[in-house]
Design a protein around this ligand. Structure first.
Ligand code: AMP
Ligand code: ZN
Length: 342
C-alpha cells in the first residue's frame, strides 16, 4: 500500500475552493476542544534561537550578503542575520510525484510543495526596529528563495506571509515569516486574478494601476509614498487600518523586482509597519504577498503584485464568516489620515 502523504488537498465541489487537510500536523481529536491558545513562546525556550541543534538552512544572508555554504557539510552557517529553514511541521512537503485522485465525487491531491520559515537573528527586534539594510536583506531572501523554488516541479503558487502575534495566529514570538510553495493557485489569489483579468479584457488596462491613479489623485487614502511604491488604505478596506503596498509601475511578477525596487519596498514596508505599531500600540497583524502564479506557462501580464497588511483589530464573527462581507469600523480615509501622522 502507498504511504499516506502528510497532507491532502481536497476540492470543495460547491465553492470550488481547495482546502488542506494537514494530517501530518494533526493532534488527537480530544485535544482540540480543551486547547486554549498558548502565549507565543519567548526567551530561552525559543526554537529559533537554537537552530544549529535541529534544522538545516535552505538559504542564508549575513549582513546584507548571501552566504555561500554547502548544505550537507554545513547545515547552519556560523554567521547569519536572516535565514530560511524547512518548517518542522510542514503543511506542504516536497515529493517528486504529485498524486491526484478522486475520493467519491471529490478531486483530491497530495499536499506537495515546500514550507519554510524565514527567521531574523534578533529575538526581540522586528521590522519596525530593523535598520533599512536588515529589512532589505529579508526582502532579498524572500526574492531569492522565490526564484529558487519557482521552477521546481509541481510548484504553481508561492505564498510569502507573516503572522505577528497571538491574535494573528503566530505560535512563536521570535520575529519570522513563512514561505509556502503549493501545487495549485489558491482561492484568494484566484479571485484576485479573475477580477484583474475581467477588467483587463474590458478596458485593456490594469485595474490596480487604475485604482492607484485615483488614490494618488484623491490623496485621502495614501499613507506613505516613495518614488517606487505607494502605501494605501484601500477604498473597500476589509478590516480597520488595512494597508496595501503597490509598486507604482505596472509589475505583475514579484520575482522580476530588481535591487532598487527591493530597496524601495523595504522602505515602504518598514514605514507602513512603523506607523501601525506607533499608531495602534503594536497590534498583531498578518501580511502577505499577492503576485502572479509561477507555474502553468500562462501569461499574467494583467496582474499587479502587491503586499496586503491586515491588522488584527477584531475577530471575524458569524456575519463575516457566513456572508463573506467583512466589517471595518473606521473609514479608510480616516485610518490613512491617522497613520500618515505617525
Ligand atoms: P507561526 O505559527 O506563524 O508563529 O509560525 C511558526 C512556524 O514555525 C510554524 O509553522 C511551525 O510549524 C514552525 N516551527 C515551529 N518550530 C520549528 C522549528 N524548530 N523549526 C522549524 N520550524 C518550526
Ligand atoms: Zn528567539
Amino acid at each position: 500500500m502507498q504511504k499516506k502523504f502528510p497532507s491532502e488537498l481536497r476540492y470543495d465541489l460547491v465553492s470550488q475552493d481547495w482546502v488542506l487537510i494537514a494530517t501530518g500536523r494533526a493532534r488527537r481529536p480530544e485535544t482540540f476542544g480543551a486547547e486554549k491558545r498558548q502565549e507565543v513562546k519567548t526567551g530561552k525556550t525559543c526554537p529559533f534561537d537554537a537552530l544549529a541543534k535541529q534544522e538545516c538552512a535552505t538559504i542564508a544572508y549575513n549582513k546584507g550578503k548571501r552566504v555561500d555554504f554547502s548544505r550537507g557539510k554545513v547545515c547552519i552557517p556560523s554567521e547569519w542575520t536572516t535565514i530560511s529553514v524547512a518548517n518542522k511541521y510542514p503543511a506542504f512537503a516536497p515529493s517528486k510525484s504529485l498524486r491526484k485522485r478522486y475520493v467519491g465525487p471529490y478531486p483530491v491531491m497530495d499536499g506537495v510543495g515546500f514550507h519554510e520559515v524565514i527567521i531574523t537573528k534578533d529575538h526581540k527586534k522586528d521590522i519596525p526596529q530593523f535598520s533599512l539594510m536588515q529589512v532589505k536583506e529579508m526582502i532579498d531572501l524572500y526574492h531569492a528563495r522565490y526564484v529558487d523554488l519557482k521552477d521546481e516541479d509541481h510548484v504553481h503558487y508561492i505564498s510569502i506571509f507573516k503572522n505577528k502575534g497571538l491574535q494573528a495566529g503566530a505560535s512563536i514570538a521570535h520575529p519570522h515569516s513563512q514561505l509556502i510553495a503549493i501545487p495549485m493557485t489558491d482561492p484568494d489569489i484566484q479571485r484576485s486574478l479573475s477580477g484583474s483579468y475581467a477588467y483587463f479584457m474590458e478596458h485593456k488596462d490594469c485595474i490596480h494601476c487604475m485604482m492607484l491613479e485615483w488614490d494618488r489623485k484623491d490623496k485621502k487614502r495614501i499613507v506613505f509614498e516613495n518614488s517606487l511604491y505607494a502605501v494605501v488604505c484601500p477604498f473597500a478596506s476589509r478590516v480597520s487600518f488595512e494597508m496595501r503596498i503597490y509598486p507604482k509601475g505596472h509589475l505583475p511578477y514579484f520575482e522580476k523586482t530588481d535591487e532598487s525596487q527591493r530597496e524601495g519596498l523595504a522602505e515602504a514596508l518598514q514605514m507602513a509597519l512603523k506607523k501601525l505599531s506607533k499608531g495602534l500600540n503594536d497590534p498583531d497583524y498578518n501580511y502577505f504577498l499577492h503576485t502572479a502564479p509561477v507555474g502553468g506557462g500562462s501569461d499574467y501580464g494583467h496582474y499587479h503584485w502587491h503586499i496586503e497588511i491586515l491588522p488584527k483589530t477584531s475577530v471575524p464573527a458569524g456575519f463575516e464568516l457566513g456572508t463573506g462581507i467583512e466589517i471595518s469600523t473606521i473609514e479608510p480615509e480616516k485610518a490613512a489620515a491617522f497613520l500618515r501622522k505617525q
